[in-house]
Ligand binder design. Sequence first.
Ligand SMILES: [Zn+2]
Length: 886
Amino acid sequence: MNKLCHILLLSCCLGNFSASGLGETENLECVKSAGFLAPIDSPDYRKYAPDREVNILHLALDVTPDFKQRTIEGKATLKFKPIAKPARELKLDAVDLTVHSVTATEKIQGYEVTDEKLIITFAEPIPPGREASVTITYHAEPAQGLYFRTPEMGYREGDTHLFTQGEEIEARHWYPCFDSPNGRLTSEVTCRLPEGMTAVSNGRLVSEEKDPATGLIVIHWAQEKTHANYLVSLCAGYFKKLEDKHNDVPLAFYTPPSEFKEAPNSFRDTKDIMAFFEEEIGVPFPWAKYYQVCVNDFVAGGMENTSCTTLTDSTLFTDATENIRSSEGLVAHEMAHQWFGDLVTCKDWSHIWLNESFATYYQTLYRAHKNGRDAMLYELYSRARQITGMTNDTRAIVRRTYDTPRDMFDYLAYPKGGWVLHMLRAQLGEELFRRCIKTYLERHEYGNVVTDDLRAVVEELSGNSYDQFFDQWLYHAHHPELEITHNWDEKTKLAKVSIRQVQKISDSVVLFNFPLTIRFKGKFGVSDRSIRVKDKEEDFYFPLESAPEIVRPDPDYTLLAKITFKVPNPMLYAQLADKADSVGRLLAIDQLAEKKDKESVAKLKEALNQDAFYGVRIEASRALRPIHTDEAGEALLASTKQPDARVRRAVVGDIAGFYRDTAYASALQTVQNEKNPDIVAAALRSIGAYAKPEGRETLLKFLDSDSFRNELADAAIGGTKLQDDPAYITPLRESLSKRESAFTTRGFAQGLQTLAYLDRNEEKKSSVREFLVARVNDKKERVQLAALTALGVLDDPAALAVLETFAGASKDSPERTAAEQSVAKLRAGRKPADDLKSLRQEVLDLQKANRDLRKDLDALKKKLNATEPTSPGKGKKKAILSRPKA
Ligand SMILES: [Zn+2]
């Protein structure tokens, strides 16, 4: 899954990690923070796969959705065999299902429904190996697992649909099952829908016909090869589709009808990706078809359900964005899962990298295939920066300590695991790596895998021990942090390279042992020297004909490490000019970004305008921003005419880092002349920093503008927040109220928050409060949560009563948490952290009040003392002392 984080991005979903510059659903939703671990002395501290008392062989679901009530009537038939011992009971995961009946091929003594289980007790134990089946009819109003998108919830009438999400453990909310990846089953899904609707599920379409009794269309899909329970999927409702074929594999791409116009853009790489993967992986696409379905407000970026991936509709994009947006990364990621995750499935969540890292890395390999090696290296470079920039990076990729399965879907499972595969491929060589992966897949197809299964194949085919590689990169945390220095001795003609490993060694972080190439370039040509780094501190000597002009550790970019290697300017400039080495140029830019001198700025400007690779140009733009001198600002302002939209957007965004009249004028000009909405949006946001009449008019104009997915109005709202001017309250409220249907859910939620923010210091808050209160029961969860949070930001005690009704709920829920936080904010009379200005004023007012009080108190004391009858002790003394001053 590619989770778009519930804030930032993740469950096999592609979320977070693919964004920026990597072509994915940027920051979709999920970057989930790590959960709270169970205490070390608790039995829950380490997690393992559950026992399988029976083997669930087959699941047949028959589902009739009620789109008005947002409920389903279901019938689930599960075929199973006890494995080793006679089974008296069948325990199934089931949450909040109303069970109508349970029947079976064996005599049933009774059944029990608990909060989390359905337990069926048979009259006699079923002996091992005997096949039996149970059929459960039930009703569900699922809070998770199955999601409705209907007009009653605020979605477009003609787009009504539902989708399911199994991973990690949500399936139990819409049907009874053994909800763990360590079991495989065939499955079939039958869905009964009003005419005009359609249903997509796993496997092959068996039939589609009208039921004369009900008038409903009955659509029946069958997944005839085994897969994991979390991959069972159903998308049903109004959709339109595009079709294609790769050899014998039918391909299709569905969107809700109102979004169909953009479908070809996102679908366009699908066929090429499949052809590439079949070639690269060496195993044919394993399933009956490959369909992708875009849905509204998906819970992640994408989900690789077997043969029918679900995608967020925010992956859809228009041609106007040129090359800034693409669905390539997301589509490639989810399709790679069809082999890695679906054909072979991690046995339990501790090995989730076997799903996610492969999907992430094969997405990178497709990038190289389609866009060239530099594009792939740039993706790896961006990810390495993300990984090596993490704080508290002391958890291993494979670990048993996590709170919930979702905690495993993080940067370790996605980009870091992808990097580990990149290193493995470099060490094995491409051809041997391909053979290892093919063997691994063929050996474990339609089965479960653990990390050692991969190691065993790699060792068997390479003849080498990979214990250390797996131990340091997968079972231990972190990466080498290297401090490298270079010295040339003209007398002995020796280049000395000193390497220190400075990462903090601990139980979870080892001293690394890895091969490293050092490349020297000079009058003698190119000379690569291979070494093995294994000590904390080592010096290496290399005889060369003459002094090297460039020294490049890891020139092929096959080591995940944080390397500090400062080279003198002539060497740096030579590296920046080296056309054959894009990573060398990126690293040179990184080093130049720390300098402020005019020559460095001139070099960056030159790279920004002349480098052949767009990634280098983008990074040159980014590097100029923090330099923040007039020269750096001018270099950016002189570089706005970039033919590549990705670079143009970077320049516009980086100019926003300078507070100058010229920067403001440039942003205004971009808004007026630029055609690409993504770039206009970047300029609009930056205008917010300037309190100027023309900028204000521009923001107001765009507040009511129409654009694809309302991107420009969203950007204008971002600008008004920066302005922090109450004059925007009324126009913003009107835009939100009149144009609600034009907003995305996320955009509307952000609009509510901004409205509360702008209104927070006003004396009369009733109209904004009422506007927000009207949305605290919104059926879109994100809007509801935004309204509850916004009431806390608004800081109006009159909202307390409303918030209390949510905060007092008996059941834990995101609404309750949001309301509790707002209540706490209001109660404490504390302002949100971003409200520094008024906080400062409040402190000043308090200080003044305090001073006045003290003055009054002193005066009072003096009066008192003056009138007090003299008596022995302290009081007397004070009274006497104070008297002369009175
Ligand atoms: Zn994924």
